[in-house]
Design a protein around this ligand. Structure first.
Ligand code: SAH
Length: 213
């Protein structure tokens, strides 16, 4: 039996129990090997429902958070999705596995290089950029969906501007300790905003984010 198959099944069963219903999300998460996105000594904990450390004091998001955000984004096959905060690359691969054309931005060169290598090794064609994602990626805009996987002080306008009509932005907004997940949809009348409950993310650092080195 392939490594960690039982653990992965249990993880997905827990996601269902906790209210994740989107079958395409559940299917992608039962297929993708999360243990490939972390390093020792965390490999054995890859299927626990917790965030785990990666390089540069960043984290791979908790499986439930990935599932919840992806379910809120509700990406359809063939859609163009922009992710801010590549980190380990796990979220980007989940989206690619769901059939999306994925564009992802990471500000740390080390993480960007590692993720890019992993995408290639796993056979996923994902467009990667090293830079400040708070200003989006205008070259390929508009996007059907944008997902920000780091905590923002406010919604960066460039991201709203790069949404296609009907497109959705999923972003944790709040202070550095606690955030609410905001889901903003671009409609003909303007932007519609919904808020989900509290999460904790690492900070989004950049021109339209928090200040940082
Ligand atoms: N989606 C990732 C989660 C990584 S944590 C995963 O699946 O593993 C969030 C990431 O956002 C960190 O790697 C951090 O370096 C990055 N980040 C923070 N501010 C950023 C910015 N302005 N632009 C791009 N990446 C940023």
């Amino acid at each position: 039996m392939p490594r960690f198959e039982e653990e992965r099944k249990d993880m997905v069963a827990l996601l269902r129990e906790r209210g994740i219903t989107n079958v395409r999300v559940l299917h992608a998460m039962s297929k993708i090997e999360r243990h490939l996105f972390v390093k020792e000594p965390f490999v054995n904990r890859a299927y626990d429902d917790t965030a785990l450390p990666i390089a540069k004091q960043q984290t791979i998001s908790q499986p439930y958070t990935v599932a919840f955000m992806t379910q809120e984004l509700d990406p359809q096959p063939g859609q163009k999705i922009l992710e801010i905060g590549t980190g380990s690359g796990y979220q980007a691969v989940i989206l690619a596995e769901m059939g999306c054309k994925v564009f992802t931005i990471e500000r740390h060169m080390d993480l960007f290089l590692q993720a890019r290598k992993l995408f290639e090794k796993m056979g996923y064609r994902i467009a990667t950029l090293c830079g400040d994602g708070t200003v989006g990626w205008s070259e390929f805009a508009p996007y059907d969906g944008i997902i920000v996987t780091a905590a923002a002080p406010e919604v960066p306008d460039p991201l709203l501007n790069q949404l296609a009509p009907g497109g959705r932005l999923v972003i944790p907004v709040g202070d550095l300790d606690m955030q609410k997940l905001r889901v903003v949809t671009k409609t003909e009348q303007g932007f519609e905003t919904m808020e989900a409950y509290g999460f904790k993310f690492v900070p989004l650092i950049g021109k339209k984010g928090w200040n940082g080195k």
